[in-house]
Structures are given as structure tokens and as C-alpha cells.
Design a protein around this ligand. Structure first.
Ligand code: GDP
Length: 381
């Protein structure tokens, strides 16, 4: 018969029982003292930011993963710990080469990052790959979630690949990507590649967090600019026409020339630095070195005339206001007083009973009345 606690007489003194997770044979029950455990494990439930920061700075992979999960967490109880962690890590961050990589789906971004990343690993770099892809939240997958596409790169101890967190909107993805970048830089990753999908607002978010923005284009697929949005071309610091191999190579060069001319027309300032337009093949490796040189060259030019600091300072200022706007929008959505009058005001504005200006005034007044409860003592982050 198996012994259970119920078999004991009522009122009998019950010694505490400690279950040992240690699988060594021997007595498993009845130890009078709790088993000694690694302090990191004991403290884990409390998520000690000092300890976690120390482990991140030491480059411990599990700690890095845990720190990123923490900054991605939407649990309110995690926000303060994440903020503490980031405050400790911030002085150790900022040293990496931050590169944004965009291109339409199928342009070869994953293959390119895999090939370039392996070259950089061989040169002794530590590579972090992040993604800003809010669409992945909708489709349930992520461009980087499929690790097989960066299979070789993902194998290395000196690589850290993190897909976009699922279920987050662009603002959320942008925040967590920035913060993950900070964690990874503090952990010693000196090249951060941020991939995005090339089809919308996520490019703006990525341009706001990197030093150099690389556009991966394809050889003429129909029209000259192959549907690349002008705004994305304007953001590019380096352009490469990819898949320049086999029969495609000549066509890729022609496209590169065309894009180069197009860039002249796009940049209105004649003194502005125009992005170099190169050709490359992730398959053969041809041109990858030149693309990396152009990226490093762009960054060096920024550094030389103090523009890198200015760019990062500008990015921080923009980011500050993006956060404020995001918070305000969230608060506006959750404000009870606004919800109470929203539908009525909308209906009256639609019918022409009330001007939009008057209605907005009422909404803002209701919102202001709610504000103290929307921002309680402890900030969210
Ligand atoms: P992504 O959607 O931009 O990440 O594109 P992928 O990296 O997944 O590549 C899309 C397709 O293009 C895959 O079938 C790749 O094998 C192929 N591809 C990627 N890079 C090259 C290249 O340099 N040359 C050729 N010929 N094909 C490539």
C-alpha cells in the first residue's frame, strides 16, 4: 500500500517534507532542510533585474532569452522589472552596428541575412537578428520564425535570432525590438540586423532604430521600380539588387543602374549623399562583401562628421513622442468617460447636429477628467 498523508492520525505533528528535484537515488522525502538550489533559480520567480542584468552582461544565452521575453511581456507586473533591467543595461548598449534590412517578400532577405551573417561570424562578429513584422502576428508565423531559412546561421553560439513577438501591433513590435536590441548589445552582440517586410509602416519604425538601412531589390520585375514605394527608396542608405547570379546577373546590373538614376531624381538635395546601388547574390556569395563594406562605410561616414550621434539623438527624441502618442491613443481607447459619450457624439456628428470640432472638445474634456485614473501612481513602463 502506498503511504499517503491521509494515513496519519489527525493532529499528529507533521514534519515539513521537501521534494528534491535532484534525481540522485536515495531518500526523496522527509529531508528536514530545504534542498540547496542555484540562487538564480530561487530568485527567478521574483525576476531580479540586477541578477538578470549581470547574467546578460556575461552573455548567458538563457538569461538573454529571458530578458527579451521579459521586455516583450505585456503583463503589468513585468513592466517595472523590465524598466529596471533596461536602465541597468543601457550604459552597456549602443556600440553595435545597427542595420535595417528591407525588401518585398521573396526578395531574398532571409537567405541574404543567413549568408552575410555567416561571413560576419567568420570575421569574429556576434550577430543578432531581429524582426519588425507586425503581419506575422496576423498570419501566425513570422519571416524569421521559420528557422530553417536561416538554418546555418541559427546554429552558431554567436548568433541570436528572434522573430517578432506574436500578437503585437506595430507600436508594440517597435518597442520590443528596440528594447531587445538594447539587451543584445549589452550582451556583446556587435552587429544587429533588423529585418522588416518592405510593405508599409514597419520600415519607418525600423529606420527609426538603425544606423544604416539596406534595401534588397530584385532585377527588373516588370516596371522599373518594381513597386518599391518612393518612401522606402528615400529611406535607403544602401541598395543591392539581389539574386544577381546565373542568367539574372546582367539584368541585375541593368536594374542597379536604373535604380541609381532613379535615386538621383528622388534626392532633391544635390549635396545629399546618394546611396550606393550594388548587386549581390546570397546564393553564390558574390557581392556580399561589397554590400557589407558599403554598410560599414555609411556608418563610418556618419561617425566621422558627428552625424551618428545626431541621428541616434534624433531617433530617441522621435521615439519619445511616438511612445507618448501611443500611450495617449491607448488611454483614449480605454477611457470610461470617453466610451460613455463616444457613440452619441459620433451619431450627432454624422447627422450634422454637432460639429466635429465641438464633439472633439467634449471628448477631450471627458478624457482629461479620466486622466488621473488612466495614469495611476505607478507608470506602466
Ligand atoms: P524573403 O522572403 O525576402 O526572406 O526571401 P527568401 O530569403 O526566403 O528567398 C526567397 C526565394 O529566393 C528562395 O527560394 C530563395 O532560395 C531564393 N533566393 C534567395 N536569395 C537568392 C539569390 O541570391 N539567388 C537566387 N537565384 N535565389 C535566391
Amino acid at each position: 500500500m502506498t503511504w499517503t498523508r491521509k494515513d496519519r492520525a489527525v493532529g499528529e505533528e507533521q514534519a515539513p517534507l521537501y521534494l528534491r528535484s535532484d534525481p540522485t537515488p536515495g531518500r526523496q522525502y522527509g529531508d528536514s532542510a530545504p534542498p540547496q538550489r542555484d540562487p538564480a533559480v530561487v530568485r527567478r520567480p521574483h525576476l531580479d533585474p540586477d541578477l538578470l542584468a549581470k547574467q546578460v552582461l556575461a552573455g548567458e544565452r538563457t538569461a538573454i532569452a529571458r530578458a527579451i521575453t521579459l521586455v516583450e511581456s505585456s503583463k503589468p507586473s513585468h513592466h517595472a522589472v523590465a524598466a529596471d533591467l533596461l536602465r541597468i543595461l543601457r550604459p552597456y548598449s549602443g556600440k553595435a552596428v545597427r542595420v535595417g534590412i528591407t525588401g518585398v517578400p521573396g526578395a531574398g532577405k532571409s537567405t541574404f541575412i543567413d549568408a552575410l551573417g555567416r561571413k560576419l561570424l567568420d570575421a569574429g562578429h556576434k550577430i543578432a537578428v531581429l524582426a519588425v513584422d507586425p503581419t506575422s502576428a496576423k498570419t501566425g508565423g513570422s519571416i524569421l520564425g521559420d528557422r530553417t531559412r536561416m538554418g546555418e546561421l541559427a546554429q552558431s553560439e554567436n548568433t541570436f535570432i528572434r522573430p517578432s513577438p506574436a500578437g503585437a501591433h506595430l507600436g508594440g513590435v517597435a518597442r520590443t525590438t528596440r528594447e531587445s536590441m538594447l539587451v543584445l548589445e549589452a550582451a556583446g552582440f556587435d552587429v544587429v540586423l533588423v529585418e522588416t517586410v518592405g510593405v508599409g509602416q514597419s520600415e519607418v519604425a525600423v529606420a527609426g532604430m538603425v544606423d544604416t538601412f539596406l534595401l534588397i531589390a530584385l532585377a527588373r520585375a516588370g516596371d522599373q521600380l518594381q513597386g518599391i514605394k518612393r518612401g522606402i527608396l528615400e529611406m535607403a542608405d544602401v541598395i543591392t539588387v539581389n539574386k544577381a547570379d546565373g542568367d539574372n546577373e546582367g539584368e541585375a546590373r541593368v536594374t542597379a543602374r536604373e535604380l541609381s538614376i532613379a535615386m538621383k531624381l528622388i534626392t532633391s538635395d544635390p549635396n545629399a549623399r546618394r546611396p550606393p546601388v550594388l548587386t549581390s547574390s546570397a546564393l553564390t556569395g558574390k557581392g556580399l562583401d561589397e554590400v557589407w563594406k558599403a554598410i560599414v562605410g555609411h556608418r563610418a561616414a556618419l561617425e566621422a562628421d558627428g552625424a551618428l550621434e545626431a541621428r541616434r539623438a534624433h531617433q530617441q527624441r522621435e521615439w519619445l513622442w511616438a511612445l507618448v502618442r501611443g500611450e495617449l491613443e491607448d488611454a483614449l481607447r480605454t477611457s470610461g468617460s470617453v466610451s460613455a459619450i463616444r457613440a452619441g457624439l459620433e451619431a450627432r456628428v454624422e447627422q450634422g447636429d454637432l460639429s466635429a470640432l465641438e464633439a472633439s472638445d467634449q471628448i477631450l474634456k471627458a478624457f482629461a477628467a479620466d486622466a488621473p485614473s488612466l495614469w495611476p501612481e505607478h507608470p506602466k513602463h
